[in-house]
Design a protein around this ligand. Structure first.
Ligand SMILES: *Cc1c(COP(=O)(O)O)cnc(C)c1O
Length: 341
């Protein structure tokens, strides 16, 4: 299919409407067949569950063109499984895993003119989500739900090289000890907005949230997991029941062990240890890894030895290997790459 006339190299991260999106409705205890529509708007009751009590969950993944020219998506089965966990926690119906993957494939195919060409760094961002669509006024789960998948082309995350980030240790909490930090729910983002706007006003790029119970352990940022590298090249990733299980972080752990032969520790990470690490990064679908150069705790600066100019060497190797796997330059583990067309 002929590509849209888009300046791929200068795309940012904003919503651009594409041609088709997938919609399925849940009524009387069952999902309908679902299908593609050109209607980019949603019409629901003023009293819909999502509008009153924030019953909404989402996922995020990317479709892109590999070196061979195929359009692919990365591990969508894990997005399906994670959305299932999110749905159960918010008393929403599960959208079946196979149908979830099919809906993504169908939506990407229908918008293939928006999948950026190989080498541009741009991708087609895919957003599956679900919300309570029927009326709810007394607090309870909605009776009806809508599942949708839309796509929007986004630019390369790092334009002109990855610049290490400066992070603020936040005084706000992102998740309660037995709350919803481990699921991908809109409500976790609504409550993080004040913290991130404040951090940006103070000149920081992101917040580091500590564990809400003791405020001594590293959790994550508002939308990405941490990854650290010790001075003897061990990869350390924080473990906590209130961290969102990032698919990128889980993939990087596999790459570290199986492709790079590195030792990996998934464990609680004390904030006091952070000053001992040689490298730090943030993992998520958008950037794969964003290097962290500085972490500031109430004016006290921790300068990560890898510095403010470049990614650390181990972080770079992890980044190059995983992006190589995604782009088809390095052989992928079984089942990681789903070919769309
Ligand atoms: C989505 C998300 C991530 C990153 O997950 P990926 O699956 O790697 O994209 C990390 N933390 C939070 C809070 C998130 O919502």
């Amino acid at each position: 299919m002929e590509k849209k006339n888009i300046d791929w190299a200068n795309l940012g991260f904003g919503y651009i409407v594409t041609d088709k999106r997938f919609v399925s409705n849940y009524r009387n205890g069952a999902w309908d067949e679902g299908g593609l529509t050109e209607d980019a708007t949603v019409t629901i009751s003023e009293c819909a569950g999502v509008l009153q009590y924030a019953q909404t969950i989402f996922e995020g993944l990317k479709a892109y063109t590999t070196e061979k020219g195929e359009t692919v998506i990365f591990r969508p089965d894990l997005n399906a499984e994670r959305m299932e966990q999110s749905a159960k926690r918010l008393e929403m119906p599960v959208y079946p895993k196979d149908k979830f993957v099919d809906a993504i494939v169908e939506t990407v195919r229908a918008n293939s003119a928006y999948v950026p060409p190989y080498g541009t760094g741009a991708t087609l961002y895919v957003r599956p989500y679900m919300f309570g669509s029927s009326e709810v006024i007394g607090v309870k789960p909605a009776q009806e739900y809508q599942f949708r998948v839309f796509t929007t082309p986004v630019g390369a995350y790092f334009k002109g090289g990855a610049k290490p980030l400066t992070i603020k240790v936040s005084d706000f909490d992102r998740a309660a000890p037995n709350g919803t930090g481990h699921i991908k729910a809109g409500l976790n983002y609504a409550m993080s907005l004040h913290a991130i706007v404040t951090a940006h006003e103070e000149g920081f790029d992101e917040n580091m949230y500590l564990d809400p119970r003791t405020r001594t352990k590293v959790e994550e940022t508002g939308g990405a997991n941490f990854l650290f590298v010790t001075k003897d090249k061990k990869v350390v990733v924080p473990k906590s029941s209130s961290i969102l299980p990032s698919i990128t972080r889980r993939s990087l752990v596999h790459v570290a062990k199986e492709y790079l032969g590195l030792e990996v520790e998934e464990r609680e990470v004390l904030f006091d240890e952070v000053k001992e690490f040689a490298e730090a990064g943030l993992c998520g679908t958008a950037a794969v890894i964003s290097p962290v150069g500085k972490i500031v705790n109430h004016g006290e600066e921790i300068c990560i030895p890898s510095g403010m100019a470049d990614m650390g060497p181990v972080t770079k190797e992890l980044y190059d290997t995983l992006t190589g796997i995604q782009m088809g330059r390095i052989e992928a583990p079984e089942g990681w790459i789903k070919v769309v067309e």
